[in-house]
Design a protein around this ligand. Structure first.
Ligand code: ADP
Ligand code: UDP
Length: 241
């Protein structure tokens, strides 16, 4: 499958048309942004890692019954996906307090929740991705009640699958952001990416941050952390040998 016209250039990826109207190619860049684009930089090798990690995690999710947009990894940076109409919501699942949750609600980072929690933001850069609830999403016509129920259900199932996977690699899945889209038949599938850009991943033993917070917070060792989390992903556990 060859790249056609570029449809869109985002902050972390480019999106291309293909010969098929139902398929797109996403191409992962090394560009990094934070704080709604205010902080900009480059993380060498990030595009390759995010592409491969997202694809590996999407394959695991598919094998566990979660429908995703993933079709085929074409090369280090490019992946063939099913074209969807993105539901303009960022779906954030959290297991441990961190980031904006810790700040907004005055909770110390690292406090483990009694059960996973979910929040929605409106995917709208001009408005700064504001938090909203399901009634707001309905009022704004962003999704139907049935779609919101499907999205929440998938999000919690995805959390259980990914949490279990990362624990087997000695990594705590703190929180992450998902995007869902609609196929032409109206069904909901997981889209976009799952990577250290969109997840908080902490070494379970030391608490070391192995994700984009190293870039956001100028903690140093950004490239090394991306490489380390990719190595962890590839690590086979005894049960898998
Ligand atoms: P942003 O738009 O936030 O800067 P990216 O640089 O990651 O983000 O750009 C990728 C864009 O492609 C995002 O807007 C995302 O919602 C969209 N996208 C992801 N997967 C699909 C898909 N399967 N079909 C259509 N659009 C997609
Ligand atoms: N996240 C994301 N894109 C966004 C906002 C958040 O991928 O536009 C991810 C982020 O990496 C983290 C989780 O969602 O894993 C929760 O982020 P939070 O709300 O704490 O926001 P932040 O601290 O990044 O402002």
């Amino acid at each position: 499958m060859k790249k056609g016209n570029m449809l869109y250039e985002g902050k972390a990826k480019k999106v291309f048309e293909t010969d098929s109207p139902e398929l797109l190619i996403v191409s992962y860049k090394d560009d990094a942004t934070a704080f709604n684009g205010l902080k900009k930089g480059t993380i060498a090798g990030k595009g390759v890692i995010n592409n491969k990690m997202s694809n590996a995690l999407m394959r695991i999710l598919q094998n566990n019954g979660i429908p995703t947009h993933y079709v085929e990894e074409l090369n280090d940076r490019d992946t063939l996906v099913r074209k969807v109409r993105i539901v303009p919501l960022e779906v954030i699942v959290r297991n441990v307090a961190a980031g904006s949750f810790a700040k907004n609600y005055g909770v110390t980072e690292g406090v483990v929740f009694p059960e996973p929690t979910i929040e929605l933001t409106y995917k709208n850069d001009a408005l700064g991705d504001p938090l909203l609830n399901e009634y707001h999403a309905l009022a704004l016509n962003l999704a139907t009640r049935e779609e919101l129920d499907a999205i929440k259900n998938y999000a919690f199932r995805i959390n259980e699958i990914l949490k279990t996977f990362w624990i087997s690699r000695g990594v705590t899945l703190v929180d992450f952001k998902l995007e869902f889209g609609k196929l032409p038949d109206g069904s909901i599938v997981l889209a976009d990416e799952i990577s250290p850009d969109t997840c908080r991943l902490w070494d379970s033993a030391t608490g070391k941050k192995l994700d984009k917070d190293r870039f956001r917070r100028d903690l140093g060792g950004v490239e090394d952390a991306y490489r380390e989390i990719m190595d962890r992903l590839k690590q086979k556990t005894e049960a898998e040998e």
